[in-house]
Write a protein that binds this ligand. Structure first.
Ligand SMILES: [Zn+2]
Length: 293
């Protein structure tokens, strides 16, 4: 494991020095035992996983369906956002089935605070996908861009965790997004209540307003402009975990745009618990009709 967990390293470096002086070299075995003890006790002293600093994000770019050519741009942008985060978070990558097997097993996920699906598609060969959903609900973060919603069709726990499932898209088009929450970290950088973007715009199925906190929305169909509710970005709580999703991010120039990077960075910071933001659904579940006596 390469996790730079400095307290543990300091402990390991400091203790042998004074112990060796006071106990002598004969106690090497005892020293080793103490080091091991210190190492095993560290996680308990460190407390909850989300209190780690810097927080660690695993960026997944494995695809089993369509492969977006903006994936390498996405990786570069996320690496840049981590560098610009002043030590708040770092990124690591899973690009192959082998890396997925190693880094997304229940054991492999332990060093991470968040997983970011960077235009993933299809049924990813996760070692234990149920354990991954539980890992999120236990207090970790999930962030998805664009085709993250074109992933795991037919695996209901993933779709429910994400809050929506890719249905279709038309030709790339300019749309006017309405900013639903102008205070949320993911959307507070938009200077106006609406903004225009040219991208491939997804439409969704299995999306329910009462299950998400809306962030960006279209009030008409992206292509034929028929009025309606077309979600673009949202966040939600999954148990104790946080989920942020933006449907934008098909095109490389979108990834490279300053506004998109601020949108992502804010969403990441919110999901990691570094910045507060409302996550309550704006639309309440409709009251169930009273059952007949
Ligand atoms: Zn796309």
């Amino acid at each position: 494991m390469t996790h730079p967990f400095s307290p543990r390293r300091d402990t390991a470096r400091r203790q042998p020095r004074w112990l060796a002086a006071s106990l002598g070299l004969a106690s090497a075995a005892a020293v080793l035992a103490l080091i091991l003890l210190a190492a095993t006790q560290q996680p308990a002293r460190a407390g909850k996983p989300l209190q780690r600093s810097p927080k660690r994000i695993l960026v997944v770019s494995v695809t089993k369906g369509f492969r977006h050519d903006s994936i390498p741009t996405g990786e570069e942008v996320l690496q840049k956002l981590a560098s610009e985060s002043k030590g708040a978070f770092t990124v690591d990558f899973a690009r192959t089935d082998e890396e997925l097997a190693a880094k997304m097993s229940p054991e492999g996920l332990k060093p991470y605070d968040a997983v970011f699906f960077n235009n993933t598609t299809g049924d990813l060969p996760l070692p234990d996908r149920d354990a991954f959903i539980k890992w999120i609900a236990d207090g970790h973060a999930f962030i998805g861009a664009h085709a993250a919603s074109d992933t795991y069709h037919g695996y209901a726990p993933y779709i429910q965790m994400l809050g929506g499932e890719f249905k279709t898209h038309g030709p790339q088009v300019e749309v006017e997004c309405r900013v639903e929450d102008r205070k949320h970290p993911a959307t507070k950088s938009f200077p106006e209540p609406t903004f225009k973007v040219y991208d491939e715009i997804y439409q969704f199925k299995n999306f329910e307003r009462p299950r998400v906190h809306g962030l960006l929305t279209l009030d008409s169909h992206p292509n034929d402009k028929t009025p309606g509710d077309y979600p673009i970005a949202w966040c939600r709580r999954e148990g104790k975990g946080r989920v942020f999703y933006t449907a934008l991010g098909h095109r490389k120039d979108v990834w490279n745009a300053d506004w998109y990077q601020k949108h992502l960075a804010g969403g990441i910071r919110w999901a990691l618990g570094l910045e507060k933001g409302d996550d309550k659904p704006q639309v309440k579940q409709a009251a169930q009709p009273a059952s007949p006596p």
